[in-house]
Design a binder for this molecule. Structure first.
Ligand code: ADP
Ligand code: MG
Length: 701
């Protein structure tokens, strides 16, 4: 087998800092670093030199094109490709060129992306601006090799139309607030960076089967489908042996990712059949967000090369687990201190405890906003649907930290930390091992896992930008509020303790260490006054609340107009998604399922007649025929109802009213059509059913 040498191939397709240092004149490299670190504009002459070096480097890698990569409010990445070709000279020959201007600024049509009213169709101008903090790289695919430049996307008037601009703003905000806080503890921090490690779940299905399902093609999920005889009940897929076809796919995914500098690290089978996970090593939030987009694209591209399709939808199949993304988040100073590292005796680590208490406060205060940051249409099938995790935001701290918080609530300070102890293996062949101070909790949406928080609500298809924008900003506000008090305090140590105690008391309600999937928790959370925003529509309404508008405005992360635009995009996008799903169901039911069932009833009726005329008992055949006919009628009625409400939806007032109608009426009508069809699938001859079943899709990859 061909050997793979990770250090040798790692980042070979990235214009890394090392490559830059090697290729650029010293003064130009210095200018570039200065501009990146201090956010000052690059002058065109310097940009020209850099662009030229990038072009030569990229062309040596085989590149013919370049593209600004940006993340419009669609949750995915967009790009427009240009080749390096120049206009022919007098003798008809051409050259390649790439200017500094082309590197730092692009002008895609700003009107064809969702803008929530910030742009009208006639106001087409939009700009992409090079983000020098995320590296340039080349991608090899069927189109050849393309130089890709990470950028932020703005309207002509300077409003952010994407995810990156507010993310970068929020990173500045959390850096400033963290520096302010830790320096009060005698540190000398200059900057603080949020570190993010996203764990990505996905399904793999056979491409030929995928292509026989219009629902998968148009919506990314199955809209019909009876459960297979086997699901995930045996727990035999999770961490199980990876099938060879899938293993071959994973090998190629890893190699592609390593080459573009993504530190692909962990891979395993997930809980549901045909479900898998991939996770890189954490990176700074901006790079992590960009690289997660690369991971999603790579999964899709490599799957195709292996005759499979990667499903990134949050709920491709009913009845088995859906897919999410765990957003691991921590804060690291320029000198390498992780502010979320409790140390071995956390009760003595006052800075950590204040950081922790501030985060608890922020998450409780902005629980609705955090929930909203994970809202996308597909995620509605997970959150609030009795599956990982619930739609209620709560924090898992583990026994050690919860005990310390309890001590603060009870007496205003803490003087002990529970220790982990030893795990006794009970065998002389195995050494006893020391345990973590805290067990894990898989059901918590926001869990402390040792030296980071893990936000588990994010949808598998969604960008992780929003959750990180929210985390950075809400925590920055909490840090600033603490700093303000500390700066005025006569007795610093005493004030630290009273802040921790105050926050612990006021926000203890958001801490929950129990089973987040249980009905008792839903009732208990309601008693505690915690929001339970079940749908994307409920969640999006949070964006219109005054404290959220003020928060983003105060920190300059999103202006009220930019926020309003995001709210509108969310409603609009949701309506469109449900509309496509409804139309796809109507199409499949009308053109495929009902005709197939009619054919089948004809065959059954013929059988009944034939069996009877042969003088035998046809009662079983007749019974099946009437059962099928009954369900067919039910399906036909539900189909008519779905058509009616889908048409009505388009007439509704755009925004929350229309989104709510899709959620409460159309979505419900879709379920009503699905129910009889799924029953029919269980009765009708497999040969007669017009598409692959759940069993075919999930167990025969
Ligand atoms: P889990 O905690 O879910 O078992 P890991 O410890 O392997 O899994 O981490 C999951 C993800 O969290 C990985 O992407 C990992 O790099 C990332 N991660 C680990 N430590 C940190 C940290 N301090 N800050 C942010 N992300 C982290
Ligand atoms: Mg995890």
């Amino acid at each position: 087998m061909e050997k793979v040498n990770i250090p040798e191939i790692f980042a070979e397709d990235v214009f890394t800092d090392a490559v830059m240092q090697q290729r650029l004149p010293k003064s130009v490299y210095k200018q570039f670093k200065k501009s990146t670190e201090e956010g000052v504009e690059l002058d065109l002459a310097t940009a020209d030199v850099i662009a030229n070096e990038i072009r030569e480097w990229a062309i040596a890698k085989g590149a013919t094109h370049f593209a600004h990569l940006f993340q419009p409010l669609t949750g995915i990445t967009a790009e427009k490709q240009d080749s390096f070709i120049t206009a022919p000279k007098a003798d008809g020959s051409v050259l390649t060129a790439f200017s500094g201007k082309e590197l730092i600024k692009g002008e895609p049509d700003g009107s064809s992306f969702p803008s929530g009213g910030l742009r009208a169709t006639f106001e087409a101008r939009g700009y992409t601006v090079w983000d020098t903090t995320s590296p340039v790289f080349v991608r090899h695919d069927a189109a050849g090799t393309t130089l890709l430049i990470p950028t932020a996307f703005y309207s002509y008037n300077g409003e952010a139309l994407d995810q990156k601009a507010p993310l970068l703003r929020s990173m500045q905000v959390i850096s400033d607030a963290s520096v302010r806080l830790v320096n009060l503890f005698g540190k000398n921090a200059k900057s603080v960076v949020p570190s993010v490690g996203p764990e990505q779940e996905y399904f793999l299905v056979d491409e030929q089967k995928f292509l026989q399902r219009k629902d998968l093609i148009y919506t990314g999920r199955t809209l019909f489908g009876a459960a297979a005889p086997k699901g995930q009940e045996l727990d035999d897929h999770y961490f199980g042996t990876i099938r060879q076809r899938v293993a071959g796919f994973m090998k190629d995914v890893n190699e592609e990712l390593w080459k573009v500098g993504v530190t692909s690290k962990t891979q395993h089978n997930e809980v549901a059949p045909a479900q898998h996970e991939i996770a890189p090593i954490y990176a700074n939030a901006n790079v992590a967000v960009d690289q997660n987009q690369v991971v999603m694209q790579t999964l899709k591209r490599v799957a195709c090369a292996h005759g499979m399709k990667a499903l990134l939808h949050e709920k491709p199949f009913a009845g088995v687990n859906g897919s999410g993304k765990h957003n691991n988040w921590s804060l690291v100073t320029d000198y390498g201190e992780n502010l979320l590292e409790p140390g071995s005796t956390p009760h003595e680590n006052k800075q950590f405890l204040l950081v922790l208490a501030s985060i608890i406060k922020a998450v409780d205060k902005y629980a609705g906003l955090l929930r909203e940051s994970a809202a996308d249409p597909g995620n509605d099938h997970r959150l609030g649907a009795n599956e990982a995790p619930p739609a209620i935001i709560s924090i898992f701290l583990g026994s050690q930290l919860e005990d310390i918080i309890d001590q603060y609530v009870a007496k205003g300070s803490a003087n002990t930390s529970i220790e982990g102890g030893v795990l006794t293996t009970g065998s002389t062949a195995l050494k006893d091992i020391s345990k973590d101070a805290t067990d894990r909790n898989r059901t918590s949406p926001f869990a402390f896992t040792g030296n980071k928080f893990e936000f588990r609500m994010v949808g598998s298809r969604d960008s992780i930008a929003s959750p990180n924008i929210v985390l950075n900003t809400i925590v920055a506000e909490a840090f600033d509020e603490a700093s303000e008090r500390l700066e005025k305090a006569a007795d610093f140590d005493k004030e630290v303790d009273s802040l921790i105690a105050e926050y612990a008391k006021a926000h203890k309600r958001v801490i929950f260490n129990g089973d987040g999937y249980s009905d008792e928790w839903v009732a208990e959370a309601e008693r505690r006054g915690l929001p339970n925003l079940k749908s994307i529509v409920d969640a999006t309404e949070v964006l219109a609340s005054e404290d959220v508008i003020n928060l983003f405005d105060k920190y300059g992360v999103l202006t009220p107009a930019e926020l309003k635009a995001r709210e509108e995009v969310k409603y609009e996008n949701y309506g469109k998604v449900i509309n496509i799903e409804a139309l796809t169901m109507i199409d499949m039911a009308t053109k495929q399922i009902i005709p197939a069932v009619i054919k089948y009833t004809k065959a059954l009726a013929d059988t009944v007649v034939a069996v009877k005329s042969a003088g035998a008992d046809a009662s079983v055949q007749a019974e099946i025929l009437s059962e099928v006919s009954e369900l067919l009628k039910e399906a036909k009625t539900a189909l008519a109802a779905l058509k009616t409400v889908t048409a009505q939806a388009t007439e509704k007032e755009e925004g929350v009213v229309q989104a709510r109608f899709y959620n409460e009426v159309v979505f419900v009508a879709m379920d009503a059509l699905r129910a009889p069809v799924d029953k029919l699938e269980m009765i009708v001859d497999k040969e007669a059913w017009p598409m692959p079943s759940y069993g075919d899709l999930m167990f025969e990859v």
